[in-house]
Ligand binder design. Structure first.
Ligand code: NAD
Length: 257
């Protein structure tokens, strides 16, 4: 198990919702945490709140847009300048906007790729790094369709595939970096209220029947992916029925159609 005292973590989309929960469980376990988010007002409030509870030197908020190469890189450099290293990187920022689908791709998928490569370049042994772990937040929509949200579904499938392929690459090339994906079911956060689509009624009818998770349940699953050093390329599903690792076929079907 990875011990988090003296480790430095970065969480994107940390001003509220799941990202805030991930930041808090990392703090509870001894890490220092950089909070990155577009929402500066909320981010600074969260920093002040965490400083009161966990001490004034353990949390720092940085404004950041994961859709921008330049702004993301700039925020990452500021984190390195302040804390000297990064050991845990959580790509969590995401939106649910089917109308502006290119923006959704740019945040949910390209943003995860940007963050992962920034972290990987810093952490990998071949660059003189000390290893680490990257957790990419996908969704159950990364494993099956979310009706009314085909673009969101595509980006989350992309996050799962990207994370698994890079995990295997890291394993074979011995980068010393683990990459895992987290796939939660519904959690009541701002994301669900902000759903932009012509098919809003479709998601609302699904949500009427859904059982919602608590942020704390998802944060516990997240922590497992961070701490368990045997996990690389893992895809952890957090559903109301429980938390379970996803297993994938090792061979593609060969039966002719
Ligand atoms: P949320 O809306 O509560 O929080 C998302 C945060 O990301 C916000 O603080 C927002 O300001 C920030 N953000 C948005 N665009 C950004 C950008 N370009 N750069 C930096 N920060 C940005 O949402 P949440 O529910 O906590 O979602 C967090 C992650 O969990 C997302 O990737 C989401 O897809 C995923 N997820 C959510 C649910 C759910 O039901 N809420 C389920 C499965 C997966």
């Amino acid at each position: 198990m990875m011990i988090l005292n003296d480790k430095v973590a970065v969480v994107t989309g940390a001003s509220q919702g799941l990202g805030r929960g991930f930041a808090e469980i990392l703090l509870e376990n001894g890490a220092k945490v950089a909070l990155l988010d577009l929402n500066e007002t909320l981010g600074r409030e969260v920093q002040a709140h965490f400083n009161e509870i966990y001490g004034s030197d353990r949390t720092q908020f940085y404004p950041c847009d994961v859709a921008s190469d330049e702004l993301f890189k700039d925020a990452f450099q500021k984190v390195l300048h302040k804390f000297g290293r990064v050991d845990v990187f959580c790509n969590n920022a995401g939106i649910l906007n089917e109308k502006d689908w290119e923006k959704t791709v740019s945040i949910n998928l390209s943003g995860v790729v940007r963050g992962t490569y920034l972290a990987m370049d810093h952490m990998k042994k071949q660059n003189g790094g000390q290893g680490g772990v990257i957790i990419n937040v996908a969704s159950m929509a990364g494993l099956g369709p979310l009706p009314g949200a085909p673009i969101y579904t595509a980006t989350k499938h992309g996050v799962v595939g990207f994370s698994r392929a890079l995990a295997e690459t890291s394993n074979i090339a011995d980068y010393g970096v683990r990459i895992n994906a987290l796939c939660p079911g519904f959690v009541r956060t701002a994301l669900l209220n902000s759903f932009q689509t012509d098919e809003k009624a479709m998601l609302e009818s699904i949500m009427e029947k859904a059982k919602f998770l608590e942020v704390e349940d998802v944060a516990k699953a997240f922590l497992l992916l961070v701490k368990d050093e045997s996990l690389n390329g893992a895809v952890l599903v957090v559903a109301s029925a429980g938390t379970a690792f996803m297993s994938f076929p090792t061979e593609l079907p060969r039966t002719p159609v």
